[in-house]
Design a protein around this ligand. Structure first.
Ligand code: UD1
Length: 337
């Protein structure tokens, strides 16, 4: 029988790609999204790609009793929880909003699951929980560090809460994302641009498109081979597929809490990403070297061998494909500044 998966934040960047992959794997997703960082038009893209328009509720996950009604109406089997705020800088300015929405939202969801007898959850976490790891690549056993921002704290607190709650019967998988980039190869869904991007790849594509004058590389005096920071960039479609594997894993595993690093295992500098973009698109990017950004981690990349072995998942897209799809997505966006 088709399994029904509730996807909170299912119209967002990673959520929408995951909904497509769930449909393609034969699941029936039900989206719950309050449109705080998305629009209902994302459903059109999902429908064009998959041929199915999933049920979507415009709802804040803080509304516990409404969540309960949805879980019962649709006989939800498992939940993937994306709905959260994610802007690091904004979280420093509005920490209470972040704790309320991200931690409060998770508590509300867990209550709704408990009250309706649901006990299978996939949680969106981040490599931010590790801070600057002492040893690289980082494994799931690397220690958590004090997060640099309230956003990071909400992910760390979320995971710590889930570790406790899993002991009372909530079977949980935490996926620790590295740096998701790109868009669906069809360019029918991607990351919606809202204001000036904080993240590297949207800033690159918007600069190349003339929306931004110049990209600033935040520092070239780090202890790396070209002086710029190292990250593990992962194609959003690969990341979305990891959620489908996590859902399969949840129904089989006896373990009550499992964390997986979801990255490619390859660390790349900011300048290497820019070079790959230039090679892929044949566009010369206008960039300058600037000062370091406060709170940036020097280098982090994943050891994803646990996800490879236990989830049977691995990243397939390379950096050029990430750049190609990010650029294709940028190309069909309505002109803006
Ligand atoms: C950040 C968060 C991470 C969060 C993610 C959400 C930190 C330390 N990490 O990741 O927890 O999950 O956003 O999307 O804040 N860069 C430039 N110029 C730019 C933008 C970025 O040089 O205009 C550089 C940064 O210094 C960094 C790299 O590009 O070295 C990637 O930055 P970004 O895309 O913002 O992601 P993270 O900071 O790694």
């Amino acid at each position: 029988m088709t399994k029904t998966i509730a996807v909170t934040g299912g119209l967002g960047f990673i959520g929408s790609h995951t909904v497509v992959e769930l449909i393609e794997a034969g699941y029936s997703p039900v989206i719950i999204d309050n449109l705080s960082n998305s629009t209902l038009s994302v459903l059109d893209g999902i429908e064009k790609i998959s041929g199915i328009r999933p049920t979507c509720y415009t709802l804040n996950v803080l509304e516990t009793s409404e969540l309960e009604a949805i879980f019962n109406t649709h006989q939800v089997d498992a939940v993937i929880h994306f709905a959260a705020f994610k802007a690091v800088g904004e979280s420093v300015l509005k920490p209470l909003d972040y704790y309320h929405n991200n931690v409060g939202g998770l508590i509300s969801l867990l209550n709704a699951m408990k009250n309706t007898g649901r006990n299978q959850l996939v949680f969106s976490s981040s490599c931010t929980v590790y801070g600057q790891p002492q040893t690289l690549p980082v494994t799931e056993n690397s220690p958590f560090s004090k997060a640099e921002s309230p956003y990071g704290q909400t992910k760390k607190i979320g995971e710590e809460m889930l570790m406790d709650i899993s002991k009372t019967g909530m079977k949980t998988i935490s996926l620790r994302y590295f740096n998701p980039v790109g868009a669906h190869p069809s360019a029918l869904i991607g990351e919606l641009p809202l204001g000036i991007p904080n993240n590297l790849v949207p800033f690159i594509t918007q600069t190349a498109a003339g929306w931004r004058k110049q990209l600033t590389v935040f520092g070239n005096d780090y202890q790396t081979h070209d002086g710029t920071c190292i990250r593990d960039y992962i194609h959003v479609v690969d990341l979305a597929k990891a959620h489908v594997k996590a859902i399969e894993y949840l129904s089989k595993t006896e373990a009550m809490f499992t964390a997986f690093n979801i990255g490619t295992g390859q660390g790349l500098t900011v300048l290497e990403v820019i070079k790959a973009f230039e090679e892929t698109t044949q566009i010369q990017l206008n960039y300058q070297i600037g000062l370091r950004r406060k709170g940036d981690i020097e280098k982090v990349w994943a050891d994803s061998s646990k996800a490879n072995a236990e989830l049977g998942w691995e990243a397939k897209f390379d950096l050029h494909q990430m750049m190609r799809d990010a650029w294709k997505w940028q190309g069909q966006l309505p002109i803006t500044i």
